[in-house]
Design a protein around this ligand. Sequence first.
Ligand code: AMP
Length: 618
Amino acid sequence: MAKIAINIATGSLQQPEMVVGIDLGTTNSLVAIIHPDTKQPVVLKEHDGNALVPSILHFAEGGNVLVGDEAKKHLIDAPQQTVFSVKRLMGKSYNDIRDYSSFFTYKVIDDQTESLVKIQVGDRFYSPVELSSLILKELKTRAEHILKTPVTKAVITVPAYFNDAQRQATRDAGKLAGLDVLRIVNEPTAASLAYGLGLKKDEVKTIAVYDLGGGTFDISILRINGGIFEVLSTNGDTYLGGDDFDRAIANEWAKNIGISQEEMQSNRSIAQQLRLTAEAAKIHLSTHDHFMAEIAGEKVTLSRADFEELAKPFVDRTMTCCANAMKDAGLHIDAIEEVVLVGGSTRVPLVKTSVQKFFNRVPHDAVNPDEVVALGAAVQADILAGNNKDFLLLDITPLSLGIETMGGLMDVLVPRNSKIPSKVARQYTTQKDGQSSMKIAVFQGERDLVKDNRKLAEFNLTGIPGMPAGLPKVEISFLINADGILLVKAKEIRSGVEQTVEVKPQYGLTDEEVEKMLMDSVTHAKEDMAIRALVEARTEARQILDTTSGFLQKNGSILTVEEKTATDAAMTSLQNLMENGNKDEIHTAIEKLNEISRPYAERLMDHAISTAMKGKKI
Ligand code: AMP
């Protein structure tokens, strides 16, 4: 029998608990649910009809923390106590954001550059996770107030390019706010769901999600197949958005009415007035052809055509990102069947027409572009609440994941753009006789040498029972769960010894870095291949030398004198070439040593040694 609960505080009947969808945005955040009666997604609104909660915190005197519109009021009068754009700091170190530090008006601590950033307000320090949790707590309280029921379960959206550290940080923020985060969902996936894309069982579609907000731009190419979402590629610019349009207008007006850049810097009030009027002009011009206002007693005007000229360079930049995303996905424009618009700045007609022209499709714009992500998160929340069991949502890994093998080479287990969740396993073996432990170093990146990639974790598999080199079978498996968190397990199969680590990277990568790592892999591809070939030749040489000397020590007596002399000479020559020769010279010397040793090795070589000469070594 169903239970009915009564809220003691309000006297009203309590609804069964629902899972909410949260769009935790850089500028604004909002919460949505599937309406219990209409079964349609709706955003939760305050009495004043406002659904957007500015993602801003103000730390008032006396320890009071204001969130949202109340905090926004203090951006100008108390910039050091008012924190905005926390999302940009999630899972980041100071090194990651150093180039943009002037963007933040509050104090971002810069002493330990490698560790996660902290923010100082007054005499207190906060992590981005704590700050995000304060925003989430406020969203939770508001939702409970509106729904008149406790809210403890949520789906939270993140950009598709967020890495493990950033996803984990978002999840931690949810936990700290008292929320059980059922899933971290990609924003473009949520936006598609809001349009019902991917909700039909046998639907197969390729879609583009173009998201231009106030300060960030993202383009994602998704493939939907039978209710499964796969991100084929992502691209964008974390410092490009509607704010750039506002700034361009403000600068143009400042020039026209004779306000210098220095004056804009020193006179905050006039700069603020210019910026706010510029934003009002931009919004007005989305539906009108002309704008007029007065600033400091001077008339300012702007036509739609003038605005478009100012905005065009920024819009063009987004189009370059779209072209790159298409290239990364390996698709031609014709392959895109649907285009979804997200973010307030897609209301600008020039943006809409440019997107339409680029993709040769009329984009979906019927859903409010500020709400579309939260609405889709609610759809996903409903699926996870068990109301729609047919769906599974898949994402991809932005960079390859692998481990270090001999010679510092990267052995990729999960190639970039692999679907997640996913599981891969590969077997490795030991390099030395009696080796009882094995170092497992996990890396992320596209280069052939691990030193050019990013280390995520390192651990030792210990307790491997003593066996000749090459005999142990160590299975390394990578399990990436639905949130994109990597679990690495190493297991020696013969003995059953095993060890597992959860990879929570110390600090994150900016998407510029991800992009740079990808670019580097292309630029250095030839060079990397040459280095890999040389390293592999050296590794093979070292193994053969080790195995041969081991063999000679044990079985030297069966060699003829000629065989012994020839072997010594071939070994010395290989040793020299291993240090100074090129890969071809090394291979020739290996071949020579093999030729000499083959007859007597064949006479005596036992199985363990022959295995040691083949298998891969860590
Ligand atoms: P978001 O980050 O998605 O909330 O988008 C906020 C950005 O959208 C800001 O730069 C706003 O100025 C801009 N915006 C909101 N409404 C409009 C509109 N009607 N026309 C043009 N830009 C708008």
